[in-house]
Design a protein around this ligand. Structure first.
Ligand code: SF4
Length: 321
């Protein structure tokens, strides 16, 4: 999954490729501990109420002495809240099979998923299988991939991984981490995207959003993606890892931006130790929200069937009238 706007954390090469719910749990306004351990009205309902009233959300205090148990509860509560806000969070790359997903994920380095989604139809129409792409003329592939940036390196990666798939894996994308990371341009992050979304195997995707947000939330102080993956993974059941990754990434793309987080319109502000890093005025914060493209959720041009079955509604902006 690539980037929207400034989230340029994807890497075609392995140097930064690392590794990753959808619960409908409704949390009552007074349930559970907040970041500083107190009981407080919180969550989307209260955030909406504050936004509607034009008042500033109460700032959460840093969890200076937060116990392990309190951290786990707060982390899981944040995930539940985000699952309510983004009930159909999913990978924002269009794909129809594991081969398309691994290629699209490699192409998403340093560009938006939307750009990749605009590019891959022509690529997969011309080269529908690993064997086709393995035998491709690199110059032709470069021309197709040019809009995604770094197109020469990306061409080398996708042709290289296609050759390996054709020669070593019978033309199929392997469903094991240790095999996936052998593919050119594929590191742990891309591998977990593929495992989680094409094979249904839980994984944590530590992209640039994920790294930023979990540190803001004091889920971990680690900076190394592998250590972040391990630290965050320990806070959640494995079965939640893939959806957790989607929720965090969607929140990072839409609300908790790198430079201007929209704290005043954030549904998890009462659970966030970093509340106040961004704009806290609700009206100003709402203007910072980034939402869907072209009426579809996320950046997909070919939305997943589950989304269409649910009525095909765009994800509702927070505090929308
Ligand atoms: S937008 Fe602000 S309050 Fe919300 S998660 Fe980010 S830093 Fe915390």
């Amino acid at each position: 999954m690539g980037e929207q706007g400034s989230d340029g954390g994807r890497e075609t090469e392995k140097r930064t490729e690392k590794a990753p719910v959808k619960k409908k749990t409704t949390v009552s306004a007074t349930e559970g501990a907040t970041a500083n351990g107190s009981t407080r009205a919180t969550t989307r309902e209260s955030a909406k109420a504050r936004g509607a009233a034009g008042t500033k959300p109460a700032a959460a205090k840093p969890p200076r002495t937060e116990s392990r148990t309190a951290l786990v509860r707060r982390a899981r509560r944040i995930n539940r809240e985000l699952a309510e806000v983004f009930p159909y969070a999913h990978p924002e790359l269009d794909f129809e099979n594991p081969f398309q997903l691994v290629v699209a994920t490699v192409l998403s380095a340093q560009t938006t998923d939307l750009r990749v989604n605009q590019t891959t139809p022509a690529l997969f129409a011309r080269y529908p299988t690993p064997e086709d792409l393995a035998a491709a003329d690199p110059e032709e592939v470069e021309e197709i991939l040019r809009p995604t940036g770094f197109f020469r390196a990306k061409t080398r990666s996708v042709i290289g991984l296609s050759k390996m798939l054709a020669e070593d894996f019978g033309g199929e994308v392997p469903g094991r981490l240790e095999d996936l990371v052998k593919l050119p341009g594929v590191g742990r992050k891309t591998a977990f995207v593929v495992l989680g979304n094409a094979f249904g195997r839980p994984g944590i995707t530590v992209d640039t959003h994920f790294q930023r947000l979990v540190r803001r939330w004091k889920w971990t102080e680690e900076t190394d993606p592998d250590k972040i993956e391990a630290a965050v993974g320990a806070l959640f059941p494995k079965s939640e890892w893939t959806d957790l990754s989607h929720h965090v990434i969607w929140h990072g793309r839409r609300i908790c931006h790198a430079r201007k987080p929209a704290c005043g319109a954030c549904p998890i502000a009462p659970l966030c130790p970093a509340y106040g890093e961004g704009e806290t005025d609700p009206d100003k914060a709402r203007k910072l929200l980034k939402y869907e493209k072209g009426g579809f959720p996320g950046q997909r041009l070919n939305p997943p069937q589950a989304y269409l079955d649910a009525g095909g509604r765009p994800a509702p902006p927070l505090d929308a009238a």
